[in-house]
Every structure is written in structure tokens, then in C-alpha cells.
Design a protein around this ligand. Structure first.
Ligand code: 5GP
Length: 212
């Protein structure tokens, strides 16, 4: 028996942050950096926006199809956002985990809580904080023509999301993007080496005992 017989169960990485804290940049960077990280693709009842593709951005389904999935327990978590429903298909995630891959979720605190209660130990959660309130405000003023009201509205949404940081396993303050990306990768490396995720360890060590 060789070390290669130790296979690893993947994990679900829930990455949350207030908008403007750098979550999208970190997600894109880690997806590019590691071939064993894949994005979870949600199902939604909303219509595709220009440029969005079925099976790439979302699986676009009817409300009936969505409710059938909920009733069949085919979704790991789901939410009603504005007038539409969103959810995470269980089968795709389960297949990726069995193949040892990391499934990345770009979801808010509510989705993370649901994932944790439905998928427990398979979930690792990271919350990204902005380096300061001033910097967050600067990043939220993306377009020069935004009115104060629009910016204030974004700020209060960001503050509400930010209040949920204590519910996460790890917190990264995004001061320097390269460092935050490296820290995210370090968390993933450590979590992948957790004893509970390495299948076949017992047999591997036993085989060494037998060999002496
Ligand atoms: P949008 O329609 O702009 O793509 O997404 C609207 C909202 O739905 C965003 O806040 C997004 O994070 C959330 N969302 C997208 N997919 C899922 C999902 O699978 N589960 C949950 N809980 N929320 C989702």
C-alpha cells in the first residue's frame, strides 16, 4: 500500500463578505490557482440576464421545477430572494466531494448557516472583512455618479452582513489582496489535511506496521 491510496474527501468552502470587501477577487484567484477547486452552480427561478449561460452561471428552472426539487430534498439549501428562488443542487456537490474537490460557495450568512446545518463537517466557512470603514465606502462608491442615498444604502446592507462575522470558522481582514489569497489557500491546505478528511489513513499506517 502506498501513500497514494490515501484519498481525500473534498470540502465545501463558504466564502462570505459584505459587498466591496474583495470576495469576488479572492474567489476568482483561488479558482485560477488550483485545479481542484470548482464553483457551486445554483438553480434559480429568475430569468437569465444578457450573457448568462444555463449550466455555467446558474441552472435556470421554472417555479414548478424548483418546488419539485425542494420536495424531493434535492437542494442542500435554498432561499427566496426578492421575487425569485435560489438553491444549491445536492447531487453535483456530493459528486465533487467524493472526487476530493473543493466546492466554492459565494453565499451570504443565511446560506452559510443552512449549509452548515445540512452538511456539517463538510463545510469550512471564511468571512472576509474590509480593512476599514473608509476603505469599504471607497470601494462601494464604484461609480462616480452614485447618489449619497445609493451609497448609504449599500453601506447599511454591508454593515448588516458584516455583523455576522462571529458565525464563521475563519476571518480574513483583506488589507492586501495577495496576502488574503495566500491566507485563503493556507486555510484550504490545512483543512484538506484534517485527519477526518483523509480516507484510508488507517489502512496505510497498518500496512507499514505489517511490513516491519
Ligand atoms: P442574482 O440574481 O443577482 O444572481 O443573485 C441574487 C442573490 O441571490 C444574491 O444575493 C446571491 O448571493 C443569492 N444567491 C444566488 N444563488 C444562491 C443560492 O444557491 N442560495 C442562496 N441562499 N442564495 C443564492
Amino acid at each position: 500500500m502506498t501513500q497514494s491510496s490515501i484519498t481525500s474527501r473534498g470540502l465545501m468552502l463558504a466564502l462570505s463578505s459584505p459587498s466591496g470587501a474583495g470576495k469576488t477577487t479572492i474567489s476568482s484567484a483561488i479558482l485560477k490557482a488550483a485545479s481542484n477547486i470548482v464553483m457551486s452552480i445554483s438553480v434559480t427561478t429568475r430569468s437569465p440576464r444578457p450573457g448568462e449561460e444555463h449550466g455555467k452561471d446558474y441552472y435556470f428552472v421554472t417555479k414548478n421545477e424548483f418546488h419539485t426539487m425542494v420536495e424531493a430534498n434535492d437542494l442542500l439549501e435554498h432561499a427566496h430572494v426578492f421575487d425569485n428562488y435560489y438553491g444549491t443542487p445536492r447531487a453535483h456537490v456530493e459528486k465533487e466531494l467524493r472526487a476530493g474537490r473543493i466546492v466554492l460557495f459565494d453565499i451570504d450568512w443565511q446560506g452559510t448557516q443552512q449549509l452548515k446545518s445540512n452538511a456539517g463537517d463538510d463545510v469550512v466557512s471564511i468571512f472576509i472583512l474590509p480593512p476599514s470603514l473608509e476603505e469599504l465606502e471607497k470601494r462601494l462608491k464604484t461609480r462616480g455618479q452614485d447618489s449619497d442615498e445609493v451609497v448609504q444604502n449599500r453601506m447599511s446592507k454591508a454593515m448588516a452582513e458584516m455583523s455576522h462575522w462571529p458565525e464563521y470558522d475563519y476571518v480574513i481582514v483583506n488589507r492586501k489582496i495577495d496576502q488574503s489569497i495566500a491566507q485563503t489557500m493556507a486555510i484550504l491546505t490545512a483543512e484538506s489535511l484534517r485527519r477526518s478528511r483523509q480516507k484510508g489513513l488507517e489502512a496505510f499506517v497498518e500496512s507499514m506496521h505489517r511490513a516491519v
